[in-house]
Design a protein around this ligand. Structure first.
Ligand code: CP
Length: 322
C-alpha cells in the first residue's frame, strides 16, 4: 500500500455471474463505468482501448437493451463488433451449440457476449473456446451486467447501497435479474426483500439471503428502492398467476402502493415492462421516482467497463485510491 493507495489487478477473464466478484472488483467496475458515463454524454464518444479486438455478440434470445448496449459499448471502445442472432444462425439448420462455438472461435474473436435460454450456456462457450466471455443472460440463472447496472444506478444516487432496504417484486422464480441482483446487493450489504405470489417465488428463496413476502404493502414498508420485474405473459398460460388484472391489483406498483415505503423511494425496472400490469405508466414515467432510463444509460457504461476490464485482465494493474 502506497500513499496513493494500492494496486489491484482485476482478476477475471470472463464475467459469467455475480458470484465470483468481490466488493473490490465491483468498485473497480463502477469507477471505470463512471468515467465512461461522462464520456458517453459528450459529442465525441469514441475511445480506442479495444482497438484491434473483435467482439462477437451471440444472442439466442430476444433483446433490446442488452444487445444494443453491448454493441454500442464495444464500438465506442474501438472494437470490431459482430452481432449474431438465433434467427440467422446455423443452429436453425441443426448445427450444435458446440459446433457453433468452435466455428466462431476459429475466426479468432477476443470477446464473446452470450445470451441463451439455458443456464450455463455462457460458461459452456467460455470453456470450449477459451475466449473471454460475458454472460448476457442464461435462462433463469444469471444476468450479471444487469445487476451491475442496477446497483451502479443506486450507488450513484446514494453513495453506497450498504444498509439500504430494497424490495424486488414479481416473477422471482424465472428471473435471472433477481438472482444476480440479490447476490450483488447481499455482497454490498443491502437488506433485500423478495415479494410475489407463492407460485412465482422459488422454494429456496429464504436461503438467498433475502426476506420473503407475499404481501406487497408489508414488503414495501421502509424501502429505499423497489425493483419490479416483467410479468412474463407466457407464465399465465401455465396457471402461475390468475390474470393480469388480478396480478396488477395485488402486485402492481402505483404511487399509492408506495405509501409505506420511504418518501423518496426509488422505482426501478430492468425492462422490458408491461405498463399497467407490474407498474403504472404514471409511476414508470415519474422523474422524481423512476430510474428506468438511468438504468439504460448506465448499462452502456457498465458494459464498456466490463469489456475493457476483462480484455485487459492480463495487462496492467489498476490504482485504487484509499
Ligand atoms: N433487461 C434486459 O435484459 O432487457 P433486454 O431483454 O431488452 O436485453
Amino acid at each position: 500500500m502506497s500513499e496513493a493507495g494500492f494496486s489491484y489487478a482485476f482478476p477475471h477473464r470472463d464475467l459469467l455471474g455475480v458470484s465470483g466478484l468481490n466488493p473490490l472488483d465491483v468498485r473497480i467496475i463502477f469507477e471505470r463505468a463512471e468515467r465512461h458515463l461522462a464520456r458517453n454524454a459528450e459529442r465525441d464518444k469514441k475511445g480506442s482501448s479495444l482497438k484491434g479486438l473483435t467482439q462477437i455478440n451471440l444472442f439466442f434470445e430476444a433483446s433490446t437493451r442488452t444487445l444494443a448496449s453491448f454493441e454500442l459499448a464495444g464500438k465506442r471502445l474501438g472494437a470490431d463488433v459482430v452481432n449474431f442472432s438465433a434467427g440467422n444462425a446455423s443452429i436453425k439448420k441443426g448445427e450444435s451449440l458446440a459446433d457453433t462455438a468452435e466455428t466462431l472461435a476459429a475466426m479468432r474473436p477476443d470477446l464473446l457476449v452470450v445470451r441463451h435460454s439455458s443456464p450455463g450456456a455462457a460458461k459452456f462457450f467460455s470453456e470450449l473456446t477459451g475466449v473471454s466471455t460475458v454472460n448476457a443472460g442464461d435462462g433463469a440463472h444469471e444476468h450479471p451486467t444487469q445487476a451491475l447496472l442496477d446497483v451502479f444506478t443506486l450507488t450513484r444516487r446514494w453513495g453506497e447501497i450498504g444498509g439500504r432496504r430494497i424490495a424486488i417484486v414479481g416473477d422471482i422464480l424465472h428471473s435471472r435479474v433477481a438472482r444476480s441482483n440479490v447476490s450483488l446487493m447481499n455482497l454490498l450489504n443491502a437488506e433485500v426483500r423478495l415479494c410475489g405470489p407463492a407460485t412465482l417465488l422459488p422454494a429456496d428463496a429464504d436461503r438467498w439471503g433475502a426476506t420473503v413476502f407475499h404481501d406487497l404493502d408489508a414488503a414495501l414498508e421502509g424501502c429505499d428502492a423497489v425493483m419490479t420485474l416483467r410479468i412474463q405473459r407466457e407464465r399465465m398460460a401455465g396457471g402461475l398467476i390468475p390474470s393480469e388484472r388480478e396480478y396488477a391489483a395485488l402486485y402492481g406498483l402505483t404511487h399509492d402502493r408506495l405509501e409505506t415505503a420511504q418518501p423518496d423511494c426509488l422505482v426501478m425496472h430492468p425492462g422490458p415492462m408491461n405498463r399497467g400490469v407490474e407498474i403504472t405508466s404514471a409511476l414508470a414515467d415519474d422523474p422524481e421516482r423512476s430510474t428506468i432510463l438511468d438504468q439504460v444509460e448506465a448499462g452502456v457504461a457498465i458494459r464498456m467497463a466490463v469489456l475493457e476490464l476483462i480484455a485487459e485482465r492480463s495487462g496492467e494493474r489498476t490504482e485504487i485510491t484509499p
